[in-house]
Design a protein around this ligand. Sequence first.
Ligand SMILES: Nc1ncnc2c1ncn2[C@@H]1O[C@H](COP(=O)(O)OP(=O)(O)OP(=O)(O)O)[C@@H](O)[C@H]1O
Length: 282
Amino acid sequence: METALRRPGDAMASPGAGALAVALDDVSISFAIKGRPVFKAVAPTSLHVGDGEFVAIVGPTGCGKSTLLNATAGLLKPAGGRVSIFGEPLAGLNAKAGYLFQQDALMPWKTALDNVAIALEIGGTRRAEALAQGREWLGRVGLARFTDRYPHELSGGQRKRVALAQVLVRDPKILLMDEPFGPLDAQTRQIMGTLLLRLWARDRKAVMFVTHDLEEAIALSDRVVIMSAGPEARIIGDFPIDLARPRDTADIRLDPRFHQLHREIWNQLKAEVVKTYGEEMP
Ligand SMILES: Nc1ncnc2c1ncn2[C@@H]1O[C@H](COP(=O)(O)OP(=O)(O)OP(=O)(O)O)[C@@H](O)[C@H]1O
């Protein structure tokens, strides 16, 4: 099936249609490595994410998904093109975004509560207020009874919940998530996905969610975009996900429409994965 690439200025099909939270226009990213030719990781490519829209980015390993996210976070300066956040050109770090990586950044010497509260304290919030909000957020992620635990006393899924609370307590308008549930087992990933959707539904932040797991991408998002194999990767597919919300990320996988979407998207994604792995692919 042919997919129409959403181009700058196109109407967004999301609930939060209208305002653009993130606009990457003709963005290209290169890495200069000493003694080697410049590596052109991302060719000029465009991606728009509406305010309140949940967009998943999938693509073969090493294609440039994290690189695109890093450019949106302001951690990387593109070689060309424009990054705009809520209509303003991005200069320096993206202060409107919260970032959740595959490896959480919890401080091992601090309790779950202190790990969440510190995210506010470094922004100038007074300790009593930061602790109160930290408690509230740990409750929202189902850890009300674990506030005094240290990270090594928590399971992988529980640590991930603390990390999620640590990001959300700051109320960022944009969530940048880079394979956040990657290290978790399949069952815990689905539980985390459902939790994320429940929290997201409260105030619908714009989300860019990088994953190598197409099922996870479809279960969570409003749109799935596909990146081509690198180098000079770009976005080559853009699929609206018209599954009803609210969703349970486990149950939704049994929906016939889910399977239809999976087939359509995999058809295009597979060609890129094959390019990356060449003849190793079955
Ligand atoms: N700091 C860097 N210096 C040089 N090359 C880099 C750097 N960061 C990334 N790259 C290269 O850019 C390309 C894209 O990397 P990136 O991490 O964005 O891929 P990805 O799609 O997120 O991969 P994965 O799915 O395996 O996590 C890769 O070829 C990688 O080797």
